[in-house]
Design a protein around this ligand. Sequence first.
Ligand SMILES: [Zn+2]
Ligand SMILES: [Zn+2]
Length: 354
Amino acid sequence: MQLTRDPVTVQILTTPHRTAPPPAIEKASEEGDRVRALSPADRKLRMINLGAVLVPIVGLVMVTVMSWGWGFDWVQFGVSVGMSLATAFGITVGFHRLFTHRSFRAPAPVRYTLAALGSMAVQGPVIEWAGTHRRHHQHSDGEEDPHSPHMHADGSWGDGILGTLRGFYHAHVGWLFAGRCKGLGKYTKDLHADPVVAMVNRQFLFWVVAGLVLPAVLGGVISLSWTGALLGFLWGGLVRILAVHHITWSVNSICHLWGSSPFRSHDESRNNVLVGVLGMGEGWHNNHHAFPTSARHGLTWWQLDTSYLLIRGMALVGLASDIRVPDAVRIESKRRVRAEPPFQPVNRPESAAP
Ligand SMILES: [Zn+2]
Ligand SMILES: [Zn+2]
């Protein structure tokens, strides 16, 4: 492993990712992790998640009806876009590339801000999000993957269009109703040990509420009306949550079904152009599974990766350092050879995890 400093500190990965720093993942009882029957706590969580999925849709219906009657409000739309960008970067740069994969380092105020913004996206507390995602990488498209469109705890989703639709639904949103992912503690010891991350994790509900109140206040102040406050709540709160939810979930569903897979990654991950652009670079998902600790997901010049651009911009002003990216030799060493057989989804042993 070597370091370069051009023009910011970028750590070039020349060693396999399995030797990377945290997450420290221990082997655990596979059977013990599975969720066969929902406990009362699981059923409660399912209802909460159902509300988190459905209420933003109600918000979209309401702004559509209000726009129909009063005209489209570009200012409120702008508030929604701004809140979407801020909270989406909280997920992509914060929850995913910083906290889950440790692909760069950041000072405490930056870690706090990114964790708070990601919490506003209403995708669960940061430590649970990161633990679930680390489990996804360790078991990607195997039976223990929390949200594979190919496999679940009891096997394949089936063949044909119906099997694909069942898998798509589960990977996109259905997995949220399958009960809490058990045994995540072994994936997240380093995050519990970070007092900044642990603090924001405890404050999750506060930041969810703040993410709804803030656009309402903005909308009300800009228009100096209660109607403006309501529109701010709907546009910058609920519609924004809906948009960021489904773009994030498209990485789990679309990017394990449709697109190209130029790299060997031991799973069905795909690079999908549409999700790549809309998902702030997260849709270059085959690249990501091949090089999970890389801060850069768009590995060629045309693969737009706005999250990586933001990380590089943060580094220029001292807000990020030790940015990890694979060097050209390592990238070529993982490039898929045309004659290779396609990936067969099976439950792999722990040693095959990234
Ligand atoms: Zn994936
Ligand atoms: Zn990841």
